[in-house]
Design a protein. Structure first.
Length: 126
């Protein structure tokens, strides 16, 4: 699962704390290193308040103890997915704004605007 995650991951990670292959808290730490804005919802039947507080302080989106109502998880995933969507949108807008700052921050795609951009590039080279 970790191999499919990168800074472009647009989803939410829901992980149990106790898993056979990898500890959920270790997985959480690795995800944070990849991208601290990926929402991670941790689920456990063996948690305590100190563990929950630490996980949230470390950046977990939510910490849910078993047993829980399915709706509780669904609502948390929905909120986390919306947060991730906004983060990804913000990154895209910042990148576009950065490109506009580096290039010519002109708005419009009409033929006249394209001619103006070409002319400005030619003038800028002299």
């Amino acid at each position: 699962a970790l191999a499919t995650l990168d800074a472009g991951f647009a989803g939410v990670v829901v992980s149990d704390i106790r898993m056979p292959e990898i500890d959920g808290l270790l997985l959480f730490d690795r995800i944070l290193r990849l991208d601290p804005d990926i929402p991670v919802i941790l689920v456990t039947g063996h948690g305590d308040i100190a563990m929950a507080v630490k996980a949230i302080k470390d950046g977990a989106y939510d910490f849910i103890t078993k047993p829980f109502a399915a709706d509780r998880l669904v609502q948390s995933v929905r909120r986390a997915a919306e947060k991730r969507r906004l983060v990804m949108e913000n990154r895209a807008l910042r990148e576009a704004a950065g490109e506009a700052q580096d290039g010519l921050p002109l708005i419009g795609q009409t033929p006249a605007m394209e001619r103006l951009r070409r002319t400005l590039r030619q003038i800028a080279d002299t």
